[in-house]
Design a protein around this ligand. Structure first.
Ligand code: ACM
Ligand code: ZN
Length: 490
């Protein structure tokens, strides 16, 4: 009965339950019946909903925390207690894991009790769809996987130097031009999501209790946008959507007021599509060389009394923070937003290490830990894999990570709202390679963010990983082909 992520408390009772068909008994969650039936259909396969079947009793317990649940499997019935639909949903994910594969008309479930709640509110996965582009169906398939392992924040990296991936109606060239790049062999690579497709994903995710957070990168990593709208750069261009990886010098001009009109218009449209209270503005890897040479940027620094270009970046972020606050949104940025002064309400995503997160919480801001050393899933997962010159990050190593750094006060620890793995896709060309990068490391991630650190247990975790891999293979996740090819080619 080892569930991933490991629950707070788990007891095994002596007997087992034989489940034929089932019925749902709930008065409190009547409006959730569609979701519950849908999840049960995944869990039980050929076993059907039937008013004469075994009872699944679902009770509301208002005193429980938002994501907490209790699941009990008796010999003749199952009971679920939770305060909210989220708790019910997570109970169902645990029930699914107590069965994993079912193809018959009856299933045997070990009797027992699971009492559970997450360690962190932010249990995230970031996907870069800019370096390589992935279809809506593929994104939904990854959301299904996240939900199974109780992850709840999908950070969607939508804009980059190499491509702009979200339709903005006021600026059509962002998709007719910025979404496409010329590759070395002369072909055109790219793609984008329409606003209807984005809404569809957000709606799909919400049914899985996953919040989708858009990332619109600024002031750096913005050449794709500038290729279509060079008037918002310092030099005026011309630029191309680039086809090499790394960091480029051309960024949004901080001196021209029209840059902020442009960004405000984009933010207006993006906010309409994403109900999340969070909005990620990037903020990482912004070279200041153009700003140093640009008369508009230098004039801005004089007018605003800014001492250097780091302060200009900080001023830039504060302008965007104001726009977001007007809309009731909380700004998230990569840890470079600390340089030159941190915006008051910003949440820092600590990626270059853990120091950015530590500095943020000492400052009284919230932080999300996503350190390069531990949670960058663009690193290759197996020692056999020498595809690119990046360190190996195995699922065993990911498992060890503790999002709470040493040396913080209890109040500062509370400001670490969670952790997240980031999949950057420079070197991920195909869907099965993507799944190979995610599975099984997503299991380790899930346990890092859900299970209390002191309650983690690698030995029991390791013992069930193969069973989960088999289950996901049956569901159509193809992470094995790529690995097998690697092994054959050695
Ligand atoms: C990052 O990896 N540049 C946030
Ligand atoms: Zn400028």
């Amino acid at each position: 009965m080892r569930i991933i992520p490991k629950p707070k408390e788990c007891k095994v009772f002596p007997d087992s339950m034989k489940m034929g068909n089932y019925k749902i008994d709930t008065i409190h969650f009547a409006d959730q019946l569609e979701m519950i039936k849908c999840q049960l259909a995944f869990i039980f396969g050929d076993i059907n909903y039937d008013e004469t079947g075994s009872t699944i009793l679902i009770l509301q317990r208002e005193e429980m925390q938002e994501e907490e649940y209790k699941l009990i499997v008796f010999e003749a019935s199952i009971s679920i207690e939770a305060a909210t639909a989220k708790g019910v949903f997570y109970a169902l994910q645990s029930l699914r894991q107590m069965i994993l594969s079912n193809t018959g008309k009856e299933v045997e479930i070990q009797c027992g009790m699971v009492s559970d709640a997450p360690a962190f509110d932010w249990r995230g996965l970031h996907i870069d769809v800019c370096r390589h582009f992935y279809s809506i169906d593929f994104i939904k398939k990854q959301l299904d996987l996240m939900a199974m392992y109780k992850l709840n924040k999908f950070h969607w990296h939508l804009t980059e130097d190499q491509g702009w991936r979200i339709e903005i109606k006021k600026y059509p060239k962002l998709t007719s031009e910025s979404a496409w790049r010329k590759t070395k062999d002369g072909s055109i690579y790219g793609g984008f999501y329409t606003q209807e497709e984005i809404k569809d994903v957000v709606e799909y995710a919400s049914k899985l209790h996953i919040e989708v957070i858009p990332e619109i990168e600024l002031p750096g990593h913005s050449v794709a946008a500038l290729a279509a709208y060079p008037e918002y750069s310092c030099t005026g261009g011309p630029f191309e959507v680039i086809d090499v990886w790394g960091v480029t010098d051309d960024v949004y001009c901080a001196g021209k007021d029209i840059t902020f009109d442009f960004l405000r218009d984009i933010i207006d449209e993006v906010c309409e599509l994403f109900p999340s209270k969070y909005f990620h503005i990037g903020g990482d890897e912004c070279p200041k060389s153009r700003w140093k040479e640009c008369p508009d940027c230098q004039q801005r620094m004089k007018d605003e009394g800014l001492k250097n270009e780091d302060e200009l970046q900080s001023w830039f972020i504060r302008q965007i923070e104001k726009v977001l606050l007007e809309k009731g949104k909380t700004l998230i940025g990569w840890d470079e937003i600390l340089e030159g002064g941190l915006a008051d309400t910003a949440v820092v995503m600590s990626w270059r290490g853990i120091d950015g997160g530590i500095e943020a919480v000492k400052h009284g801001n919230q932080a999300i830990m996503t350190p390069w050393a531990n949670l960058y899933f663009d690193k290759r997962p197996f020692p056999e894999d020498k595809k690119v010159d990046l360190p190996i990050l195995s699922w065993e190593d990911v498992y060890k990570y503790n999002p709470i750094p040493e040396g913080l006060t209890p109040d500062q620890e509370k400001l670490i709202i969670g952790a997240q793995a980031n999949i950057w896709t420079e070197h991920i060309y195909t869907e099965n390679e993507f799944e190979y990068m995610l599975i099984p490391r997503i299991f380790s991630l899930s346990e890092i963010v859900w299970t209390d650190y002191a309650n983690k247990d690698f030995e029991s975790f390791k013992s069930v990983v193969p069973k989960h891999e088999d289950y996901l293979t049956k569901l159509g996740y193809d992470f094995k082909t790529y690995k097998e090819q690697l092994e054959t080619n050695r």
